[in-house]
Design a protein around this ligand. Structure first.
Ligand code: NAD
Length: 336
């Protein structure tokens, strides 16, 4: 199957492309390289450009008329940056994605798999969220994801596009074959910071927020190996038609959590990291960052029912692959 992957030069999109290739599919990448890495597209079909460039997207579909499903990963993704630059986030993630979805409708594309985020959930009492749990996005970034879910749902109702929003929890690790991994120079995510600390790039690892109502006061997350996440996209693409055939009333929109179903606190993650790394890190505590919350973990039943998928890799494997990628990323990216 040929699949358009926007943001296919990014961390998750490139891993999705690897998983598609390993399953015998053909990804076609569209990425502006605003943050992504050209090296992740090597040997793959790649169109460099913006998702809202109608002429380019039109040419891409002319040259690949057999594309029926699109995986839409392209976005700006840094929560603190979104608080400083909301205009850029709403423009890139909402305005441009809306234009892009309109192009898909005009081209008669039948399906979109959209990268959404667990950051749109409200905090619930036992931290476990189902797809029907209340939503309360806390940052401009999270609000762009929430808004695009609504756009996709409305487009599905009005224009016949079918959409699956995949709500990712907290991706960690790298492609197990190390074709790609985290590429940002200063990762804002916790495992990226832990790796930087282990490699001496950061002097200290700070647990940000230690007074949350969790079992040890640190934030609770659901860390999912990026390879498991990528495999879920392959399942979504392969099962796309089947998922909608079985839905009543001709419904054309679906939301699915992608997590492990295990809530892990930052302090627990830190302990696992030190065990896998084999050494203690220099560590401290700091106040929560703007937009942070106590966190959540996924109810995964729907993913199992609809995608016949569940996360298989452990948190230790995620940490190990993040460390392996950290060691070789200078060779691939040209910077540490
Ligand atoms: N990384 C996470 O923790 C996480 C969690 C939940 C959801 N997500 C979502 O997953 C998706 C991928 O995230 P990632 O971590 O791989 O980020 P990333 O920055 O590595 O990848 C995003 C890619 O999109 C490209 N891009 C951005 N705007 C574009 C545009 N207008 N036109 C064409 N290309 C554009 C970038 O160049 C980059 O390659 C995003 O939609 C993000 O919101 C990520």
């Amino acid at each position: 199957m040929k699949v358009l992957v926007t943001g296919g030069a990014g961390y998750i999109g490139s891993t999705v492309c690897s998983a598609l290739l390993d399953s015998g599919h053909m990804p076609v990448i569209l990425d502006s390289l605003v943050t992504g890495q050209e090296v992740f597209t090597q040997g793959r079909i790649f169109y460099k450009g913006d998702i809202a460039d109608a002429a380019l997207v039109g040419r891409l579909f002319d040259e690949h008329p057999d594309i029926q499903v699109v995986v839409h990963c392209a976005a700006l993704i840094v929560v603190p940056e979104s608080m400083e630059k909301p205009y850029e986030y709403y423009r890139e993630n909402v305005s441009k994605s809306t234009e892009f979805f309109k192009i898909l409708v005009d081209r008669g594309i039948s399906g979109v798999v959209f990268s959404s985020s667990a950051s749109i959930y409200s905090v619930v009492e036992n931290f476990k969220v189902t797809e029907d749990s209340p939503l309360a996005p806390q940052s401009p970034y999270a609000r762009t994801k929430f808004m695009m879910e609504m756009v996709l749902k409305d487009f599905a109702t009005a224009y016949g596009l079918r959409g699956i929003a995949l709500r990712y929890f907290n991706p960690i690790g790298a492609d197990p074959k190390l074709r790609s991994g985290i590429h940002v120079r200063e990762p804002s995510h916790v495992v990226g910071k832990l790796v930087d600390c282990a490699r001496g790039k950061l002097p200290k690892f700070e647990v940000t927020g230690v007074n949350w109502p969790t079992r040890d006061g640190s934030g609770l997350r659901d860390y999912i190996h990026v390879w498991d996440l990528a495999r879920a996209h392959v399942a979504a693409v392969e099962k796309f038609n089947g998922i909608f055939h079985s839905k009543p009333n001709n419904e054309r929109y679906e939301v699915i959590n992608l997590g492990t179903g295990q809530g892990v606190t930052v302090k627990e993650l830190l302990a696992s990291f030190e065990r896998v790394f084999g050494k203690a890190l220099n560590k401290g505590e700091a106040p929560p960052r703007p937009g942070d919350n106590a966190g959540s973990y996924a109810s995964c039943e729907k993913a199992q029912d609809l995608l016949l998928w569940k996360a298989e890799k452990s948190i230790d494997e995620g940490i190990r692959d993040a460390l392996r990628w950290g060691e070789m990323r200078r060779t691939v990216l040209g910077y540490d």
